[in-house]
Each structure stands twice: as structure tokens, then as C-alpha cells.
Design a protein around this ligand. Structure first.
Ligand code: NAP
Length: 409
């Protein structure tokens, strides 16, 4: 039987008409869309905390627009800018990674986890421990520490509501009374900017080309993950943890129009899907307001104009990251932790011009090969164990990238 974020029934924290909310990663793509959704229904939310890493001016502006009580910046060197911008507003300021974790401990009904990368794990766990339901955009949290994450959420009796459009689609397609009858879960992928590219074109791909997503406007890390399809691999792992379903019953289908975000196949042959235009304000609004639906200022889906919906199997030759991620999922939490760490390092190296596009997946696979013989099977029972393994994955990836650079130079 799969699990639904709607379980267990009867809890009331997110049923309140007016909710307290914190937004972690408020200046990013998801953060900005979240602010839009909140501002459309200003009377439904009280904002406790907003955070960012370095964009202090944008953070200050967001804090003022949302009427937040606290604004926290990760980079301590940006504190003075934040303080100056918020002088006289009464909004509290703080800086540093520990201050973000501390801010996450402030009790709220719902915490939006929209920091990018494993950096979001500690604040999200702190919010869970403080009893907040989680609107989860930060999939890397789940990928680097899925088992620990779920145990902490269960211990605190909090709900994890998936913001990722594919997982939100599955959330919407799961029938509470028929979880035992779910046969398969399928998430879709646009195919990214290189869906039809040849391997030769991919070899020469520049960061600017890889960042140009055909359907979604997103932050740089997830845009590169979409180009390699590692994003879909991370989402398979996220789906496994969110819905408690094994790799063998999880599918990925390439759907270039990005209209059908995911679907559930039931044992009676019925397929229930969620459709919508490619606009993250739809899943964000669903999570922020769940179990109610409220008006959202997004374009409406017009299927006659879309005309054709097409689907194809992913090409694992040209997109090996998806295969590597699925193997990691099947090998367990230690492997997905290493996968995530190595991928974060490789994506940054690609953006910095240190490696080519095809080297991203190759680096992750090579790091996993080495790690299998050294840290394979490591139990991730504690946050410390998760962070130690994450550092090892980053070290191995940096070492490989560095040694290749030296050989090339
Ligand atoms: N964008 C989408 O459409 C989308 C869809 C589904 C899921 N997601 C997931 O949502 C998460 C956020 O994606 P995004 O596209 O919104 O990313 P983004 O635009 O790059 O924004 C990232 C946010 O995190 C902050 N941040 C970065 N590094 C940090 C650190 N070390 N400590 C604390 N805060 C840090 C950034 O602050 P600064 O602005 O100051 O740098 C920014 O507020 C990712 O996990 C992504 O996979 C995104």
C-alpha cells in the first residue's frame, strides 16, 4: 500500500483558515512564486520568517511586501545590507547558517522548504522538529536523507506536502480509499533543452544552452538537472520516499508539452492524472491552501489550443543520469546521498566551465563506483552521519574533477 501526504486524516494544523508560514529560500524561483501566491490571498497567511543566502536587497523587499516578522540571510557578510534595508520596519534580522536553522525552529503551521541543495536539510529538519507541516520543494533534502527525513516527520506527526509539480500531481491523483489498489506511479519529464540533441551536440553544450529550459523558468541548479535529466532521477528518489513505493513501480515518461505532470495507475485499469499549465504557482497554491482550493492567478489550461499531448520513453543512452539515479535508489540511502553530493559539485563545475555537460553524469557515476567500495552500505541514522557522507561525496567529486583538469592541463 502506498502512502499519501493526506494521511493521517483528521489533523487540523493545515485546516486552519489563517496559517502561519515561513519561507526558506524566499528569493529563489520557488520563493518568488510562493510570495505571489501568498499576496493573492494576503488575509490567509501570517509570515513568520523569510530567508535567503546572499541576495539581501531582494530578501528585504520580500520581507516588507509579505510583512514578515524575521528576515535571515545565510551569508554573514550580507547582514549589514539587510539591516540597513530593514531599518525602522520592526522586522528582526539575523545571519549565518545557524541563524537559519534557529529561525526554522520558530513554530509555524507550514514551512516552505525552497532552499536549493542539501543546504536545505538542516533547516527543514528543524522545522519538522518544531512541528511545522512542510511544503517541500527542496527535493535534495529527501535524496540525501530520505529515511531520516521520514522518520523525523513521522515522530513529529507532520505532513510533507510535495511542491514539485510531478509529486503534487501524484498527491492530487491518489485516492485516499484506494491506496492499496495503486499499481504504478508515473511522473513526466519535459525532456529539457537537449531532448532531441545528438550526443555530439551535447558534448559541446554550453551552460547558457543548458540553462535555457523550454517550459519552466527555474533556478540554475534545477535547470541544469533538467538538462541532464538528473532532476527526474532525483524526483524518482523523492517519489519513493514521499509515497513509500519501490523503484519497480515508478516510471518516468517524457512529455514535451508539460501539461500532464504525473499519473497513478490503479489495479482496475483506471489512470488518474493531474493536468495544468507549467506554472509552479499551481502546485504551490495547492500545498499552501490544502485541503482547500483557492483561486490562483495563473493562465488556464486550454487543451484545444495545446492540441496534441505526446509521450515517449526516456533515452537512457543520451541521458545516463536517470539510469545512475535509479541504480542509486535501488542501492539505498547511502547511494542517493553520494549521488546528490556528487551531482551538486558536478553541476557547479559545469556552470563554472571546469567540466563539459556530458561530464556531469560521468562524474556522478564514477564517484558512486568509488564510494561503493569505501562507504557503500553506510547507515544514515543521524544527521551527523548524513552530513559526513555528504562531505565525502563532495570530496570524491571535487577530487575527480580536479584530477581530470590536471590531466587536461
Ligand atoms: N524552480 C522550480 O520551478 C522548482 C520546481 C520544483 C522543485 N524545485 C526545487 O526547489 C528548490 C529551489 O529551487 P529554485 O529553482 O527556487 O532555486 P533558486 O532560484 O536557485 O533559489 C534558491 C534559494 O535558496 C537560497 N539558497 C541558496 N543556497 C543557500 C544556502 N547554502 N543556504 C541557505 N539558502 C540558500 C537562495 O538564496 P539567494 O537568492 O540569496 O542565493 C534562494 O533563495 C530546489 O531544490 C529545486 O530542485 C524548484
Amino acid at each position: 500500500m502506498v502512502r499519501s501526504p493526506a494521511q493521517p486524516e483528521g489533523r487540523t494544523r493545515t485546516d486552519k483558515a489563517r496559517r502561519t508560514l515561513s519561507i526558506f529560500g524566499a528569493t529563489g524561483s520557488i520563493g518568488v512564486s510562493t510570495a505571489d501566491v501568498v499576496l493573492q490571498h494576503r488575509d490567509s497567511f501570517d509570515i513568520e520568517v523569510v530567508t535567503a543566502q546572499s541576495r539581501a536587497e531582494e530578501l528585504a523587499e520580500t520581507a516588507i511586501r509579505l510583512g514578515a516578522k524575521h528576515a535571515v540571510i545565510g551569508d554573514p557578510d550580507r547582514l549589514e545590507v539587510l539591516r540597513a534595508r530593514l531599518a525602522g520596519t520592526g522586522i528582526g534580522v539575523a545571519a549565518g547558517p545557524a541563524a537559519i536553522v534557529e529561525a526554522a525552529s520558530r513554530p509555524v503551521d507550514l514551512a516552505v522548504a525552497a532552499i536549493v541543495g542539501a543546504a536545505g536539510l538542516e533547516p527543514t529538519l528543524a522545522a519538522i522538529d518544531a512541528g511545522a507541516d512542510i511544503a517541500l520543494a527542496n527535493k535534495e533534502c529527501m535524496v540525501c536523507a530520505g529515511g531520516l527525513f521520514n522518520r523525523r516527520a513521522a515522530a513529529a506527526s507532520v505532513r510533507v506536502l510535495p511542491v514539485d509539480s510531478e509529486h503534487d500531481a501524484i498527491f492530487q491523483s491518489l485516492e485516499a480509499n484506494n491506496l492499496h489498489a495503486v499499481e504504478r506511479i508515473t511522473i513526466t519529464a519535459s525532456g529539457g533543452p537537449f531532448r532531441t540533441a545528438t550526443l555530439d551536440e551535447m558534448r559541446r553544450a554550453t551552460p547558457a544552452e543548458a540553462l535555457k529550459h523550454p517550459r519552466w523558468a527555474m533556478g540554475p541548479k534545477i535547470s541544469i538537472d533538467s538538462a541532464t535529466m538528473m532532476n527526474k532521477g532525483l524526483e524518482l528518489i523523492e517519489a519513493h520516499h514521499l509515497f513509500d513505493i519501490g523503484s519497480a513501480r515508478l516510471d518516468v515518461l517524457v512529455h514535451p508539452q508539460s501539461i500532464v505532470h504525473g499519473f497513478v495507475t490503479y489495479s482496475d485499469g483506471s489512470v488518474v492524472a493531474q493536468l495544468g499549465v507549467a506554472d509552479m504557482r499551481i502546485p504551490i497554491s495547492h500545498c499552501l491552501n490544502w485541503p482547500r482550493r483557492v483561486e490562483t492567478a495563473t493562465p488556464r489550461l486550454d487543451l484545444a489550443t495545446v492540441g496534441t499531448l505526446s509521450f515517449e520513453k526516456p533515452d537512457l543512452q543520451r541521458f545516463p543520469a536517470l539510469r545512475v539515479a535509479r541504480t542509486a535508489l535501488e542501492n539505498g540511502d547511502w547511494a542517493t546521498n553520494i549521488l546528490n553530493a556528487a551531482n551538486e559539485v558536478a553541476v557547479q563545475a559545469f556552470l563554472d566551465g571546469a567540466i563539459g555537460y556530458l561530464e556531469i553524469a560521468a562524474t556522478v557515476e564514477a564517484v558512486l563506483d568509488v564510494a561503493t567500495g569505501t562507504v557503500g552500505g553506510t547507515e544514515l541514522d543521524t544527521l551527523e552521519a548524513v552530513l559526513t557522507l555528504d562531505r565525502e561525496g563532495r570530496r570524491l567529486a571535487a577530487e575527480r574533477i580536479d584530477s581530470r583538469g590536471r590531466r587536461a592541463g
